[in-house]
Design a binder for this molecule. Sequence first.
Ligand SMILES: Nc1ncnc2c1ncn2[C@@H]1O[C@H](COP(=O)(O)OP(=O)(O)O)[C@@H](O)[C@H]1O
Ligand SMILES: [Mg+2]
Length: 208
Amino acid sequence: MQIIAIAMQKGGVGKSTLARSLAVAASRDGLSVLILDMDAQQSVSQWAERRKADMPVVVFATENELPKKLAQARGVADLVIIDTPPARSTEAPAAVEVADLVLIPTTPDIEPLEQMPRTLRLCRGFSRQAYAVITMANPTSLAEVAHTREVIDTMGAETAPAVLHRRKIHRDASASGQTVQEIDPNSKAAEEVANLWAWVNKKLHFGN
Ligand SMILES: Nc1ncnc2c1ncn2[C@@H]1O[C@H](COP(=O)(O)OP(=O)(O)O)[C@@H](O)[C@H]1O
Ligand SMILES: [Mg+2]
């Protein structure tokens, strides 16, 4: 069983969307996937309510419940994705501590980029491999992504090669409890998620 933590102090950067998209990509690849929703706002749990499907399994977990939920998942789940709340939470450190891989979503905006060093310090403190994931970038601007990569570079951090650009289909998919690859597998958004999942999959060495 492998564990991905999704963490970033800034809210609204696409953490929960990333968690759902990767979880669905992994389950469509035949993996047994559990999302642990550690955000009291429970946006992934609510999505699962709208979804009414077996996979991925979504379970809410407080920091105290985390060890027990992970112990229960062992032997059942291949992949656990932990979605964490924004702000300075105790959930994010708990998730990072148990993770094999940490993904730090950020939009190209200054506010999340200014917050990123905190999350990077947290990951380094636990010696976790961590990568930034650029989300909600302008689909018509190559320069925006290039500049964001440079800024992340100066923090001594690496960025995932695949970018999730700003595409309305992510919102439409969420409204129906789905993800972009389910409502339109031929969409650019679905292609971006597939590229990101292929890269994550390699990092986790599933099937290799
Ligand atoms: N790549 C994207 N393109 C367009 N909208 C997005 C994208 N990713 C997320 N969103 C939307 O942005 C909002 C915040 O995303 P969410 O995943 O809930 O962020 P967080 O969990 O970091 O607070 C949601 O309405 C979501 O549908
Ligand atoms: Mg969220």
